[in-house]
Design a protein around this ligand. Structure first.
Ligand SMILES: Nc1ncnc2c1ncn2[C@@H]1O[C@H](COP(=O)(O)OP(=O)(O)OP(=O)(O)O)[C@@H](O)[C@H]1O
Ligand SMILES: [Mg+2]
Length: 463
C-alpha cells in the first residue's frame, strides 16, 4: 500500500481550498465530467486518474507539528508537506525544522511569495538542503507535479529501506546457513576422514590377521605333533632306563625281553620317522615364526602414525611394505610386477608416503575385476636443479580405466564412482595432499578398458 498522505500548512483558507481543488480526485472528476459534458459524452467510464492524495490541513505551524506527531504515533506518516513560509506563530522554516526533527523522512515544500525569502535563507534557517521551494502565486500543474514526485520519492525510499533491511536479514540468514553448512561439512569431512582411516586400518588388520594366521596354524599343528612325538620318545627313554637297570642287575632273561620290547615299540610307534619328522617340524615352525616376525616388523614400519617426523626412506622398501600388507587383497587375482630402480633415500614422512601408495594400489586392485596386473616401477631421475632431482614412481594397472571426463575430478575430495558405503572418495585427495606436502607431483593417464597409470614424483631433497 502506497503512502499518499500530504500535509498542507497554511493560514489562508483560500489557499487551503486551492490545494484541495488541485490535489484531490473529486475536483479532477468534476473537471473531467465538465469536459465530457461539453462533448456530450457519458461520464461513467471516466477513470479516476492519479490524483488520489489524502490531504490533511493545518492552519498553523504548531498544529502542523502536532499532526505530524500524531501521524507518527498512529504509524500513518505523511509522505510530503506543503508549508507556507509566512504564518502567524512560528514561520514555515521553523515549522519545517521541528517537523524534520520528528520525521526525517518527510518531503517538505516551502511555499513563499517572491519578495519574502530566498531559498538560501530558508536552507540556512532549517539547516537542511533537502528542502523544496515553491513561489507564490503557484501554478496548479507545478503543485501537482511536486506532490506526485515527492510522494513517489517517499515511497521509493521506503521501499529501498525495506529492501535493504530485507537484504540485510536475508544476508544474515544466508550467513547463518552458510556457517551451519560449513560446520556440517567440516564435521562430515572429519567423520569421513576417520572412516577412511578406519577402512585402511580395517584392511590392514584383515590382511595382517590372514597373513599371521597361516604360519600360526601350522606352527600350532607342528607343536601338537611334537607333543605327541615327545610322549613316545619319553616312553622309549623310560624303556631304555628299564633296560639299563636289568643290565646292571645282570638279569639276562629280562635284558632280552626289554630289547624285544624296545624294538617292538620303535617299530609300532614309528620312532625312526619321528626323528626325521621332528627336524623338519622344527625348521618349518622356525620359518613360520620368522614370517610372523616379519609381518609384525612391516606393520610397525607402516603404522608409525604418531612419529610424524621426516625420516630417510627407501621408497622401494615403502612400496614393499605396502604390498606385503595388501598381499591378502592381491594374491589370488593380481600379478604384481616390480621394476625397482636403484634409489637414493629420500627424507619424507615415511608412513604418509606408504599411505599414499596404499591408496593408489588399493584403487588399482579395486579397478581390476577378475585377473590383472599391477606394474610398479621406480627410478631416480637426476636433474641438475634441485627440483629436477626426483624419485619417480609409476603405478600402472590393467583395470577398467577412467573416462576422460572424470580425470579432472579424480583428486577432488569426496569424488567417487563407487557405490555408497564402498568408497568415500577421499583416497586420492589424501594422496594428493601427501605428495604435494612433499613438494612432489602426481599425474594420471588412463584409457577406459585398458588401464590406468599414476606417476608420482618426489624430490630427493625437499628443502
Ligand atoms: N586405478 C584406477 N582405475 C580406475 N578408476 C580409478 C582408479 N583410481 C581411482 N579411480 C577413480 O577415482 C575415484 C576416486 O578415487 P579415490 O581413491 O579418491 O576414492 P574411492 O576409491 O572412490 O574411495 P576411497 O578411496 O575413499 O575408498 C574412484 O571412485 C574411481 O572411480
Ligand atoms: Mg580409493
Amino acid at each position: 500500500m502506497k503512502n499518499r498522505r500530504i500535509l498542507i500548512i497554511d493560514d489562508d483558507p483560500g489557499i487551503r481550498e486551492t490545494y484541495h481543488n488541485i490535489l484531490t480526485l473529486k475536483v479532477k472528476k468534476e473537471i473531467l465530467s465538465k469536459g465530457a459534458n461539453l462533448f456530450n459524452k457519458k461520464t461513467n467510464h471516466i477513470k479516476q486518474k492519479q490524483i488520489d492524495f489524502k490531504l490533511s490541513m493545518s492552519t498553523s505551524g504548531e498544529d502542523g507539528i502536532d499532526k505530524v506527531r500524531t501521524s507518527l504515533e498512529n504509524d500513518e506518516p505523511f509522505a510530503a508537506a506543503f508549508i507556507d513560509m509566512k504564518m502567524p506563530g512560528i514561520d514555515g522554516a521553523e515549522t519545517s525544522k521541528k517537523i524534520w526533527e520528528l520525521d526525517p523522512d518527510i518531503k517538505i515544500v516551502i511555499v513563499t511569495a517572491y519578495s519574502e525569502y530566498t531559498p538560501d535563507d530558508i536552507i540556512r534557517v532549517i539547516g537542511n538542503d533537502e528542502i523544496f521551494y515553491l513561489r507564490k502565486p503557484f501554478n496548479p500543474e507545478e503543485i501537482k507535479q511536486f506532490a506526485r514526485v515527492l510522494v513517489k520519492k517517499w515511497n521509493l525510499e521506503k521501499e529501498k529501506k525495506l529492501l535493504s533491511e530485507n537484504l540485510k536479514s536475508t544476508n544474515e540468514q544466508l550467513e547463518d546457513i552458510n556457517k551451519n553448512l560449513q560446520e556440517k561439512i567440516n564435521k562430515q569431512a572429519k567423520i569421513l576422514a576417520q572412516n577412511e582411516k578406519m577402512t585402511s586400518i580395517g584392511i590392514l588388520a584383515a590382511g595382517v590377521a590372514h597373513e599371521i594366521n597361516n604360519p600360526i596354524a601350522f606352527i600350532k599343528g607342528n607343536l601338537s605333533a611334537i607333543k605327541k612325538y615327545n610322549e613316545r620318545l619319553m616312553n622309549l627313554f623310560q624303556m631304555y632306563g628299564d633296560l639299563e637297570d636289568s643290565i646292571n642287575n645282570k638279569d639276562s632273561k629280562s635284558i632280552t625281553d626289554f630289547i624285544n620290547d624296545i624294538a617292538d615299540y620303535k617299530r609300532t610307534k614309528k620312532i625312526d620317522f619321528i626323528f626325521e619328522d621332528i627336524i623338519s617340524l622344527g625348521e618349518e615352525s622356525l620359518d613360520g615364526a620368522i614370517r610372523v616376525e616379519n609381518i609384525v616388523k612391516d606393520l610397525k614400519t607402516f603404522s608409525r602414525v604418531d612419529k610424524s617426523e621426516f625420516m630417510d626412506t627407501d621408497i622401494n622398501e615403502s612400496i614393499e611394505v605396502t604390498l606385503n600388507i595388501l598381499r591378502n587383497e592381491t594374491k589370488y587375482k593380481i600379478e604384481i610386477v616390480k621394476n625397482y630402480g636403484k634409489l637414493p633415500e629420500i627424507k619424507c614422512l615415511s608412513q604418509k608416503i606408504s599411505q599414499a601408495f596404499m591408496n593408489i594400489i588399493l584403487n588399482s586392485i579395486q579397478a581390476i575385476d577378475e585377473k590383472g596386473t599391477i606394474t610398479i616401477s621406480t627410478k631416480h631421475i637426476e636433474g641438475r636443479r634441485r627440483n629436477d632431482n626426483v624419485v619417480e614412481i609409476i603405478i600402472k594397472d590393467t583395470g577398467n580405466g577412467i573416462p576422460e571426463e572424470n580425470i579432472s575430478q579424480l583428486f577432488d575430495p569426496f569424488y567417487t564412482t563407487k557405490p555408497v558405503g564402498k568408497g568415500t572418495g577421499l583416497g586420492l585427495s589424501i594422496t594428493y595432499d601427501i605428495i604435494i606436502a612433499h613438494g612432489g607431483s602426481i599425474t594420471v593417464a588412463s584409457e577406459p578398458g585398458v588401464g590406468s597409470e599414476f606417476t608420482i614424483k618426489i624430490p630427493v631433497d625437499m628443502h
